[in-house]
Write a new protein. Structure first.
Length: 149
């Protein structure tokens, strides 16, 4: 019985001595809302996150609330895109994600003429803050330009 109590105590001490950062989240999370120019949410919009270094693309769609979530992206630089028929494609370029970072990126889609695309350039330091659990940034309509302009 004493050996069992000693073994349990040793195991408990070993668990308590492991640094808390050992269990820290390694991957980043990105989420947000996709809406139209009037602010109405867009359901079933396709949202993709492409790791620029590896080329790996992760896809999801917005839910009934117009929100999307990438719960486990490897740290790196990403291109995020939201698209749905009848709207211009919107893109955040060069979004840097660090370990355990939680980022909120909202897309505001504009009604499209046939074949138009909108690129939103978001530099990591203007969109991401590493001291809070959630970050968001809305780009004013005047800053959005059709791709190729």
């Amino acid at each position: 019985m004493k050996q069992l109590a000693f073994a349990c105590s040793a195991a408990l001490l070993l668990c308590l001595s492991v640094p808390s950062h050992t269990f820290a989240q390694v991957n980043a999370t990105v989420g947000g809302t996709v809406s139209d120019q009037s602010g109405a949410v867009i359901v079933m919009a396709a949202v993709s996150a492409k790791n620029n270094a590896t080329g790996i693309v992760t896809n999801t769609t917005t839910n009934a609330n117009g929100t999307y979530d990438f719960s486990s992206l490897q740290p790196g630089t990403y291109t995020l895109t939201a698209t749905i028929s009848g709207f211009k494609t919107a893109t955040y370029n060069n979004v840097g994600l660090g370990q355990g970072q939680q980022v909120r990126l909202n897309f505001n889609l504009q009604v499209a003429a046939a074949g138009e695309t909108v690129s939103v350039v978001a530099e990591a330091d203007t969109v991401l803050a590493t001291t809070s659990a959630s970050v968001g940034n809305t780009q004013p309509a005047g800053r959005l330009q059709p791709a190729g302009s």
